[in-house]
Design a binder for this molecule. Sequence first.
Ligand code: SF4
Ligand code: FES
Length: 232
Amino acid sequence: MNKQIIIDGEVVTYRPGQTLIQAARESGIYIPHLCYQPGYHAIGSCRVCMVKVNGRWASACTTLAAEGQVIDNRTLEVDAHRKQIVQMLFVEGNHYCPYCEKSGECDLQATAYELNMQEDHFQHLYPHRSLDTSHAEVWLDRDRCILCGLCVQASAEQDNKHLFTLGGRGTATQLLVNSSSGQLGETNISAADEAVAVCPVGALMKKQSIYSRRSGERTYDKTPISKLEFKA
Ligand code: SF4
Ligand code: FES
């Protein structure tokens, strides 16, 4: 039997075992998120989906819906908190949206717009990260990687290739490629792999797809990320 929670004053039904983000999505309610994607296990790494559950912070992608929950999602306080998290993601990597090939198609950029982020606020770390263009079809630009782990899951579970892992600690954490040289060119990755498709930013990209749509015609030029998820 369906049960109920309240999200921003709206009654939302859920099935036992569903997380808050799953229940919200089924009711057409957008909870901002980056490392969660439908069909993937939630790993709760980005913290963009933080909500307040009965006054306490919780990540919507890893918290199970339960009777009696009253959730603040798109309140000024919660969105301000999320905006700070997104600002931190921007300064932790090297993101240059105006000339990024994923601009207009990037979930990080679109989420920043959704949260009305006007500036980066925090001091940039400008980390040294490597670019791997060794493969004919796919490149990996670690400057843009937000370490969401989606490609790790996709490559292992959907592509059956196990090409990626996250290695290192703290600010030195980076996406590693499973080949003897650590280069993509030595792997059997393909532009059609789900690991490439699922990357929410411009880190893993098909070489053939870059700048394929003009500014004004790109996915998020037309529809904000909060509405796009619920398009048929
Ligand atoms: Fe996530 Fe993309 Fe980085 Fe993989 S390459 S961890 S999908 S941001
Ligand atoms: Fe929940 Fe990233 S979407 S922590």
